[in-house]
Ligand binder design. Structure first.
Ligand SMILES: Cc1ncc(COP(=O)(O)O)c(C=O)c1O
Length: 271
């Protein structure tokens, strides 16, 4: 997708792709593979996109802006109003990608709806996946939604037959049983709410969790906490000295996670 709209130019200068950081770890890899240059805009202290700074970072070389909502790994969504003013503020020839990988888990009422943005703004591309709510990560199936003017370029650059027959069948079957997907997602959201409420009770700050994970801004204690979690048979993901993403698991594991946090004396910071 990225290589379709951004890369290297005849003058040897790379196009620029703006995205919030920290965000999905594949972004820098995909931008680099496309031959483009990453422009990373730090998240705000509460793990949100700094849309003002992102808009200010646009140059004549900016070809793509990636918006991740909810943001992996921190959790907050982008709101409709702020996203819409952001899209309006950037040049119409810059492609705005709205990555909604965790869209099914969102419960925030003001969350942006990527599809509504695509209907209004011709430079918007929405990304969705069957990897999360549908639980089909191993099958590598997802899709993008954009207007034909953009889609025609994606079609030229897309790898032919990249979705296997079995992945396609699984995705269609999952959609045919969408009520079960909704039920599973709701159980996870209920657990997410229990976990975030539990953390707040302990006095821990957690950014608004709208995906299937919570973010602990543990700074330099991140790897220590991850190792400790490992000793308690809890698999969490530390990101350098920034923080730890904890996927919401089975209720019993979530309870053990809360117990671990209750006994951990170095709570997450706000920034
Ligand atoms: C924000 C975000 N976008 C996209 C993806 C990738 O989805 P897929 O498995 O369809 O490549 C992920 C997976 O972790 C993600 O976190």
């Amino acid at each position: 997708m990225l290589a379709t709209f951004a890369g290297q130019n005849d003058d040897g200068k790379a196009d620029e792709v703006i995205y919030a950081w920290r965000s999905f770890e594949a972004y820098p890899i995909c931008v680099g593979l496309a031959g483009a240059e990453s422009v990373r805009i730090p998240l705000t202290a509460d793990g949100r996109h700094d849309l003002e700074a992102m808009a200010a970072a646009v140059t004549a070389r900016t070809k793509v802006i990636l918006l991740c909502t909810p943001n992996n790994p921190t959790g907050p969504i982008l709101a409709t109003r702020e996203t819409e003013s952001f899209i309006k503020s950037v040049p119409a020839d810059v492609v705005v990608v709205i990555d909604e990988a965790y869209q099914e888990f969102v419960r925030a009422e003001d969350a942006v709806d990527g599809i509504a943005m695509y209907r209004k703004y011709p430079n918007v591309v929405v990304l969705r996946t069957f990897s999360k709510a549908h639980g089909l990560a191993g099958l590598r199936v997802g899709y993008s939604v954009s207007n034909p003017e953009l889609t025609q370029h994606l079609r030229v650059a897309a790898t032919p037959f990249s979705v296997s027959q079995i992945a396609e069948k699984a995705a269609v079957t999952s959609l045919q049983h969408y009520d079960q997907v909704v039920e599973r997602v709701q159980s996870l959201v209920d657990e997410r709410q229990r976990v975030t409420a539990g953390l707040k009770e302990l006095g821990w700050f957690v950014p608004d969790a709208q995906g299937n994970f919570v973010w602990l801004n543990l700074g330099e204690n991140s790897s220590e906490f991850a190792a400790l979690a490992g000793e308690h048979a809890l698999s969490v993901r530390a990101f350098g000295e920034e923080g730890v993403r904890v996927s919401i698991g089975e209720p019993e594991a979530n309870t053990r996670f809360l117990e671990l946090c209750a006994n951990y004396t170095k709570p997450p910071r706000r920034s």
